[in-house]
Every structure is written in C-alpha cells, then in structure tokens.
Design a protein around this ligand. Structure first.
Ligand code: HEC
Ligand code: HEC
Length: 485
C-alpha cells in the first residue's frame, strides 16, 4: 500500500491488517488505525493511495472499502484537488492562463466529492436537480466564460447501482458484435462476394454491416451504437465504455483529481500537468478500487407494495408495459454469461489502464448473483430494462428531449441511450436533464422512435396507465450489498 504524496511508504502489512479487521466502516480513518505515525492536523481527504501491486495482497472487501473512501472523499487542495492549468477535457488540455475560480459550476471543478451528487438513497445513488452537471468537452475558452447553453449540456445524476453487471453486459455484447464482423470479413474474403450480416447481440438489433471482398466494411446500416461496434453503456448519451474511463473523467472534471494513467509522465511528460503542486494524485490501484466499489453496488430489486390491490396493479402493469411497446427499448432483462468482473476491461482506449500495460494490471472478482434468475442456458437474467442502444427520442411534436444544443461525440442531439429503468421507482426526477417530476409526464415526452409506444400508452385507459406507473414504482434501489470473493 502506498502512503499519500509526501508521506513515506511504510505500512504494507499493517494497512492490510487494518482493512481486514475494521472493514468498510473503518477505512475513513485507516491511516490512524494502522499504527502509521500520525500527521497532526492532516487535512488530506485521501491519506493512502493504492498502486496496482498492492491489490494482490488485499481482500476484495478491503479494496471495496478503499474505493468507497475515494467515492465519499471531499478532496482538498492537499490531495491535489483543483486543476489551475488544465481543463475538464478527457485528454490532457492546458487551460488558458489567468485567474480562474477554484470551483466553477459550468466547467468544473464543480463539487467536492462523487457522493456530493450520487447520494440518493446513499453513496453511489442518484441525485436530484440541484446535482445536475454541465457537460462539455473542455477545449474551448468560451466554456469558461459563459453560461450560454450551446457550450454545455445539462444532465441529471443517474444512480450507479448494478453498474458492474451493466459493464459486463456491454462487454459481452461488444464481443458478440465484433465476432459477427470478423466472420463476415473472413467469409467475404474467402468467397470473393460481399457479405451483409445482421448485427444482433443478446436479442438486440443493431442494424447490419456489409463487408466487401477486399475487406472494406460499410458501416452505414449500423444502428444505435458507434461504428467501432463498442457498446458504450455509460452516460445518458451512451458514449463511455467503462466505469474506469468514466471515473477517470469524473475525477478530473468534477474535482480536478488527475489520474496518473492519463495525465502522468508517460502521456504528458509532466508529473504535475495541472500545475497545482501535486504529483500522483490518483494511482491505478486507486482507480481499480473506485471501479470495484461502483461495480459491486447492489443490483436494483423489485419491491412489492403491501396493499394487495397495488400488488395486483404491479402484476398487470408488467403486462401492460409490454402491450404499450415499452419493452421494445426498455428490454426487461438481458442474459449475461459470466459474473466475473475483470478489471481493466478489454475495450479501454489509451489513457485508461489496459491489461497489456503492466504485468500487475489485471484484477478480477465475482459480482453477486443476488436477485438474478438464470435462464435455461444458465445465463444470468439481468433486469436492466434497456437495450443499450441509442434512439431518436424527440420530434417536432414532442421536442422536450431534443433540448440540448451541444452535440456530444457527433451524435445527433435528439438521440439518447435507452435509460435503464431498474431503480426508476427511487430516482425521481426524470429525463436526461432531471427536469421532469412525474413518470406520467416523462412517458408523455417520448417522441421520435418511441412515438408508437407513446400513442399505445395514451390509448390505454387511465387506470391501465396508472398500473404501468405502479409497476415502474416497484423498480427500486436497495441498500443490501453482498460481494463474493
Ligand atoms: C456534480 C455532480 C456529479 C459528481 C460530483 C459526480 N457525478 Fe457522476 N454523474 C453525474 C451526472 C450528471 C451524470 C450523467 C452524465 C451524462 O449523462 O452525461 C453522471 C454519470 C456518472 C456515471 C455513468 C452512469 C451511467 O449510468 O451512465 C458514472 C460511472 C459516474 N457518474 C461516476 C462518478 C464518479 C466516480 C464520480 C467522482 C469521481 C462522480 N461520478 C462524480 C453527476 C456527478
Ligand atoms: C424507442 C425506444 C423507447 C421506447 C419504445 C420507450 N422508451 Fe422510454 N425512454 C427511451 C429513451 C431514449 C429515454 C431517455 C429520454 C431522455 O431522457 O432523453 C427514455 C426515458 C424513459 C423514462 C425516464 C427514465 C429516467 O430515469 O429518467 C421512463 C420512465 C420511460 N422511458 C418509460 C417508458 C415507457 C413506460 C414506455 C412505453 C410507453 C417507453 N418508455 C417506451 C426510449 C424508449
């Protein structure tokens, strides 16, 4: 285990012991418990850092506790919070010199802790409107000078429960789609004919692609995901691949905490790219820990109301949800082959740890199967209520969801990832901007490719519509947690 910056390395065995003994509750004060010489008046939020080599000697619970500590930490300038000479951009970008406020709501750093926003019903949960984020790319000066909406998109804070399962589903889907492309390339080369292959993964239709005999791949018919066939399940736009990638971005954007694996020497030739006087603000072991904490958050559950009348309504609502075509996009459950979470994942781009980067890079653990049923093939049915696909969700008649003006990663402004409805009963307000207070209203805003479903919903009687809402209200977050080594 690596002590914080400026503090010598001294406590590998003891730190480990303290984690095992004190577990999750004690980690906030782990340094004090380990017997490491205390620092009087220490105002760092993070008193220990983990390098990858530390992980092999630690229990999953201890790594999880370190991840939670980082997620809950209110970072201070002594931890390296703030980025006076760098922007919120995902790739290292220098900030225009001059006076900038330490915290800045529209371009960040905008908060002190991850759980400043992700806190309902508890750390790792969702946030209400006041916790909204102004998402922008951080490469244009205007972003720092104006509140004009064309320079940032305002987004509400989603919950992170079940995110390990989400990332694993996306990885398996990507692998399936890429295998289809590989087979099509082989077939086209071997036959000398162009080959068109439907892109279906876990029953979800992502369009098709056509390969010419010379290996050229025509990507025009791919639907709802990027042309590289990576299913990106994170952010409401569906543009981020892994919890690791998101966490590295978030640590920099929200807190000015820069991860060495992206802002360190190997990429920027600088040990302190943001010029705040702090090196090694986050190590790769820290990142693996914060990923593990999020991945292992409990799976949302269905909570039945107590009154039998409402229970019946939930049951009928489940069928009406299908009848109103909601499950075309909000697919009730997707099958997952394996619960083994291997970190880092296989589709990380440079600047996010990859398995090949270091011999000690890979760490794996089992996600809990609590609350998951198995299908006849032994696959885990994950009740996400999403197809992991982007859809056009606004049109001239229903324009509410087309309210952004900044295009993110070249994706049209009227397209969003189908949100996962597991937990939706606990996460008001709704919509990507968190500006809709009821489920009925949010359903009423469905346009574009969801027009047919909205019309089907509107055709139902008021009581039937209420049953669908009662059903959605039964999809809740839970605080129960269970991690298997
Ligand atoms: C100021 C509020 C705020 C803070 C602080 C914050 N987040 Fe978020 N988080 C959001 C919002 C808003 C989104 C949705 C972004 C989008 O859709 O583009 C989000 C999305 C995410 C997602 C993707 C979830 C999904 O289902 O798509 C992850 C993972 C995440 N945050 C992790 C973190 C971590 C780790 C930290 C701390 C380093 C953090 N967040 C700090 C507001 C916040
Ligand atoms: C064509 C795909 C599609 C269909 C069909 C569809 N939805 Fe959606 N749904 C979406 C997308 C995309 C969003 C995200 C909208 C936004 O925030 O920009 C969404 C958002 C939602 C939300 C808000 C979730 C949140 O956390 O804020 C709810 C609730 C919802 N849909 C329920 C339904 C119901 C009920 C039906 C059937 C009447 C339905 N949807 C049909 C794609 C679809």
């Amino acid at each position: 285990m690596r002590a914080g910056w400026k503090q010598p390395l001294h406590c590998a065995a003891l730190c480990f012991a303290s984690y095992v003994v004190f577990g999750v509750a004690a980690v906030g004060s782990a340094a004090a418990e380990t017997g490491a010489s205390p620092v009087i008046g220490d105002e760092r939020a993070v008193r220990q850092h983990l390098d990858l080599s530390d992980l092999a000697t630690m229990s999953v619970e201890a790594i999880n506790a370190h991840g939670r500590m980082l997620f809950d930490a209110k970072f201070t300038t002594l931890d390296g919070a703030g980025r006076p000479a760098a922007t919120q951009a995902e790739v290292p970008v220098k900030r225009r010199p001059g006076r900038v406020p330490a915290l800045f709501r529209t371009s960040g750093p905008d908060s002190n802790a991850c759980n400043g926003c992700h806190n309902q019903p508890a750390s790792g949960g969702a946030g209400e409107f006041v916790a909204n984020v102004f998402t922008s790319v951080g490469v244009s000066d205007a972003e720092f000078d104006t509140l004009e909406a064309q320079f940032s998109n305002e987004r509400g804070t989603p919950h992170l429960h079940g995110s390990g399962l989400v990332e694993l589903l996306a990885r398996e889907m990507t692998a399936e789609l890429r295998a289809l492309r590989r087979d099509a390339v082989d077939q086209a080369r071997a036959s000398g004919q162009s080959v068109t292959v439907p892109l279906v993964a876990k029953g979800v239709d992502f369009g098709s692609l056509t390969v010419q005999p010379d290996g050229f791949v025509n990507v025009e018919q791919i639907e709802g995901i990027d042309h590289d066939l990576i299913v990106r399940p994170f952010s409401q736009k569906g543009v981020f691949t892994s919890l690791r990638q998101f966490s590295i971005n978030a640590m920099n954007t929200h807190h000015g905490m820069q991860s060495d694996e992206r802002w360190g020497m190997q990429w920027t030739h600088s040990a302190d790219f943001d010029e705040d006087g702090h090196k090694q603000e986050l190590l790769s072991g820290d990142l693996t820990a914060v990923v593990l904490f999020q991945a292992a958050l409990p799976t949302p559950v269905q909570t039945m109301p107590e009154h039998p009348v409402l229970q019946d309504a939930v049951k009928e609502g489940a069928d009406l949800f299908d009848q109103a075509l909601c499950s075309q996009c909000h697919v009730k459950a997707l099958p997952l082959k394996s619960l083994t979470f291997v970190e880092p994942g296989p589709y990380n781009a440079a600047g996010n740890l990859r398995a090949s980067d270091r011999s000690d890079a890979v760490f794996s653990f089992q996600l809990s199967s609590a609350g998951l049923e198995q299908n006849e093939k032994g696959e885990w049915m994950v009740p996400v209520f999403s197809d992991f696909k982007r859809h056009v969700i606004a049109d001239a008649e229903k324009s509410h969801f087309g309210n952004e003006r900044l295009s993110q990663r070249f994706i049209p402004n009227d397209q969003f990832l189908t949100p996962r409805l597991w937990g939706v009963g606990s996460t008001a307000p709704y919509g990507h901007r968190g500006d809709v207070s009821t489920l009925r209203e949010v359903i009423g805003h469905h346009g574009g490719q969801a027009k047919e479903a909205r019309l089907a919903f509107e055709k139902l009687s008021d009581l039937e519509q209420r049953k669908i809402i009662q059903y959605l209200q039964s999809l809740t977050l839970t605080l129960a947690t269970e991690i298997q080594q």
